[in-house]
Design a protein around this ligand. Structure first.
Ligand code: APR
Length: 228
């Protein structure tokens, strides 16, 4: 009997208890910066140093934080289930906690890419990307991050994975950024779905959804225990 598949969509709240700021909470990143000034192709064109600095600071923090209880307990699910993680996060905490299947919808902080050939993606082995750091074709390297207004190429495989879920879990996302927020709509209607978030926003039109108004560190271990 093949193992049941659990598909898990995570957002910034998954990493909050690791000390990484979310975007829209009251101390969130977008409260300190206007994302139009930072996370857009226009911002990169007008002021690449500022954009570079923003991502360098977030990348530097990655070397100082570690996965939290919520990340680690998701790995335990792999004892019994085929677990597919689809994350909006650009940190590497799911990988570092040992999750086997992690799909990044919005890119990865520890990767950079060519500005003339987006298929040229490189691992950055240090925290700082600088103006003048070039790809093998001689173009300036940029953060391998999906900015507002840019395509989300990984949404296609993500939607295909969501459609094969036997259980769908959403953890720590405000569900306001599409297409990521629409993924739950691809999950089969009749399967059990869970949404773990202390301020879970209303998700309309989704059947079999159980909302757990708790932080990841508390809500995820409880749900995993139930599923195991
Ligand atoms: N545990 C679980 N959830 C939490 C916790 C916690 N400890 N702390 C906060 N949250 C929840 C908040 O209640 C909120 O619903 O995490 C969610 C964070 O929402 P956002 O800050 O909007 O982050 P996210 O949903 O991941 O943003 C989506 O927007 O800025 C873009 O590309 C960026 O991937 C990001 C996307």
């Amino acid at each position: 009997m093949s193992r049941k598949r659990i598909v898990i969509l995570t957002g910034a709240g998954m990493s909050a208890e690791s000390g990484i700021s979310t975007f829209r909470d009251n101390d969130g990143l977008w409260k300190k910066h206007r994302f139009e000034d930072l996370a857009t192709p226009h911002a990169w064109a007008m002021n690449p140093e500022l954009v570079m600095e923003f991502y360098n600071a977030r990348r530097k923090q990655l070397f100082e934080v570690k996965p939290n209880a919520g990340h680690f307990v998701l790995v335990k699910l792999e004892e019994k289930y085929d677990v597919q993680i689809i994350t909006q996060n650009v940190d590497d905490l799911h990988e570092r906690s040992g999750s086997s299947n992690v799909l990044h919808l919005h890119g990865e902080l520890k990767k950079v890419r060519s500005t003339v050939d987006e298929s040229l993606v490189y691992e950055l082995d240090r925290w700082e990307l600088k103006m003048g750091d070039k790809c093998e074709k001689g173009s300036q390297l940029r953060p391998h991050i999906v900015w507002f207004g840019e395509a989300v190429p990984m949404i296609v495989p993500a939607a295909e994975i969501a459609a094969t879920a036997d259980i769908f879990i959403v953890i720590g996302t405000s569900m306001v950024v599409y297409p990521a927020a629409g993924l739950i709509g691809y999950a089969p209607h009749d399967i059990p779905k869970y949404y773990i978030d202390p301020k879970a926003s209303h998700v309309g039109g989704i059947s079999n959804l159980k909302v757990i108004q708790k932080k990841a560190g508390e809500g995820v271990p409880e749900l995993v225990e139930e599923l195991l």
